[in-house]
Design a protein around this ligand. Sequence first.
Ligand code: AMP
Length: 453
Amino acid sequence: MTSFHDFGLAEPITRALAEEKYATPTPIQAQTIPTVLSRRDVIGIAQTGTGKTAAFALPILHHLFTNRRRPERKTCRVLVLSPTRELSGQILDSFRAYGRHVRISAALVIGGVSMGAQVRALQNGVDVLVATPGRLLDLVTSNALRLGEVEFLVLDEADRMLDMGFIHDIRKIVAKLPAQRQTLLFSATMPRAIAELAAHMLRNPAKIAVTPVASTVERVEQRILHVDRAAKPAALAEILQRESIGRALVFTRTKHGADKVVRGLAKAGISAHAIHGNKSQNQRERVLAAFRRGEVLTLVATDIAARGIDVDGISHVVNFDLPNVPETYVHRIGRTARAGAAGIAISLCDGEEAACLRDIEKLIRMSIPATHHRTFPRQAQPSTTQGRTARPFAHAGGQRRQRGRGNAPRKQDRHEQPRNAPSGIAAVAFLHRNTRSGRNTDSRRGEDGNPKG
Ligand code: AMP
């Protein structure tokens, strides 16, 4: 699936996605949306950050849109259970955002706030109810809510609900639901207790798993280079000239961007080829074959085009643009360091991408060592160590200049630096020296949201 339009989702939903600037479904979305639309139960093994909320919300909204009916009083048609108040609020926000052109009613039922408003919100019934298990049961017990009309049950972060001691509440809730319903369970991990719960609650579920992020992330040496957008082409050229590259895969967000990067590299005397959807199948295969043979050392690709690239020995992944979807970052960097090899991922990050970087670091639970382009003066490099440390891949053939302008002058001067100011080259070398470690065990690691509700 390359586009949300391929799923056959109702127009008001795809319109909202376009407004959210979601162009491409994430892997969990690509697999889950058609499965839910085909009315099957789903067990999804996916972490936060993978786009799992939209994976269940979109097909459910489609169902509500195409099977419109007024919810009965004190009932809900869709029940979403989540472990924390915070997550419940986020899920409700997502339903509202993706469903902004579909007229639906939605309510939040969480602990820690007074019950009166929640009782009133349920009076006339709602389409979508997002709840934490404890408070939901309180409302059921006090006859403010009946669960006999539920068409969809979603259990989000099931493993965390288990950890937080909600298992009995969940069993009690499920016992009150109609047998005729569709059930979707999402969990980052699949301990035995969750598997048992799923076997008890789901019917012939499709199991959909997306790659766990940790293993990839740990194998790849990652670096961030903060750089102005305008200086990115020069920074990229410097990286490719400076690093000892086996094979480099450069990612851009758009096809147009990929072509532009190739042109920019050509000006710097670096030969690179773009592969993306606008190239013919034939062209793509030719370039890929040359990449495999080592005749082309730098490929510039969009995320979609890169899915077809199955090449070992990629020493470097360079993110010319940071991806909007954090999981895409993990997929991108997973292109290097395959089969136990070492790999380096360097991401160029401009001011507008700071939020993307934050999301990525949250997902991978580490802060990526970063340095700033242009901020390190040449004299800051102790020349004695530079040769060794600036070439982590020295064995792979040293610096290389690809076909083109041979020793033509470099284009680094294009990023307007004052005279005697830090050179981009120096900055990049600094980056190599100082960024080898960087696991971060800060407070993000245990980020757990709010207490149970
Ligand atoms: P989630 O895993 O549901 O918490 O989603 C993680 C983040 O990815 C959220 O900020 C979503 O808004 C965003 N997101 C989800 N799906 C897409 C998509 N297909 N394209 C771009 N962003 C997305």
